[in-house]
Design a protein around this ligand. Structure first.
Ligand SMILES: C[S@@+](CC[C@H](N)C(=O)[O-])C[C@H]1O[C@@H](n2cnc3c(N)ncnc32)[C@H](O)[C@@H]1O
Length: 282
């Protein structure tokens, strides 16, 4: 099977390039008015008044999007390989991507799995256009939290397609609990459950009853994995243990790890601290 790096390089993603160089190349790839806009956003970012997400509406072409997202090139390489494993193990012939961005994951699965149909939804119109053109499939524009899903897909994928900045910090007093060999704050974990629940409900709404959901993201600690798993269980989704893992990535700013979870509809799903510790230890 092909290394996803081959696909990612082909669409214009830059590997082994320092972050400052990626920024320069991204700015140079933009039209003059957008070059000014990016300067303004970087200035705001340096004052903590904007985040990297504020850059997402800028790309208008696949090349520009691929350069912008090159900051996460090693992470894409790992998540695309994992998503392919999940799609193949699930014998998925229809994939729907939530928070699809420019559709890189969908396009990769399309290039790797004969006959698979893809589609998705994202809130940023220019990225939706890029995804539709890249895949030749229809991607919808909108907030998936407010959009009625069509429960007809074998596999729903979410490849960093949610923004933790929209989650509020815990309002409960901090404490310490233990899951396996990890400590976590039960208050923080509990407060994340009702915040994750609408996301899982929205993602599930695109799954057929026998379908699966594959989510990879910046679940920062075992307490957050527990919150995600419990939110999934509250929506009737149980963990598919043998496909769930933790992706380990070497990035220019150090080693990082991202829990990658698979769920399917289950009659009495549970998700315990032991489940979160087991997945988090992988
Ligand atoms: C970090 S980008 C990842 C994009 C894509 N999944 C990828 O791997 O290239 C996160 C994307 O999720 C989208 N997103 C986050 N929350 C969303 C929501 N509630 N509805 C629609 N799109 C959302 C953002 O617009 C953004 O394009």
């Amino acid at each position: 099977m092909k290394d996803p790096k081959v696909f990612l390089k082909k669409i214009g993603m830059q590997f082994d390039v320092k972050p400052a160089q990626i920024d320069k190349r991204f700015q140079k790839s933009l039209s003059p008015d957008k070059q000014d806009e990016v300067e303004e956003i970087w200035a705001m970012m340096s004052m903590n008044m904007a985040t990297g997400c504020d850059l997402y509406p800028l790309p208008e072409t696949l090349k520009q999007a691929a350069i912008l997202f090159s900051h996460d090139a090693p992470r894409y390489r790992a998540s695309l390989a994992w998503l392919r494993t999940v799609a193949l193990a699930s014998e998925a012939s229809s994939v729907f991507e939530v928070g699809s961005g420019a559709g890189f994951a969908s396009a990769f699965l399309q290039s790797e799995i004969a006959g698979v149909s893809v589609g998705g939804i994202d809130a940023i119109p220019s990225l939706v256009d890029i995804a539709s053109e890249l895949t030749g499939s229809e991607f919808a524009c909108g907030n998936y939290l407010d959009t009625e899903g069509r429960p007809e897909n074998d596999l729903v994928i979410c490849d960093f397609g949610f923004d933790l900045a929209n989650f509020h910090p815990s309002r409960k007093p901090h404490g310490t609990a233990v899951a396996g060999r990890y400590e976590y704050c039960p208050g923080c974990s509990e407060d994340f459950v009702p915040q994750f629940a609408p996301y899982f409900a929205a993602w599930k709404s695109w799954m057929r009853p026998t379908g699966r959901l594959a989510v990879v993201g910046r679940f920062q600690n075992v307490g957050m994995v527990l919150a995600a798993g419990r939110a999934a269980a509250s929506c009737g989704l149980g963990l598919v243990d043998d496909l769930s893992t933790k992706l380990r990535v070497d990035t220019p700013v150090g080693k990082q790890a991202f829990p990658a979870l698979v769920f399917e509809i289950s009659s009495e799903p549970t998700f315990t601290p032991e489940d979160s510790a087991r997945v988090y230890a992988r």
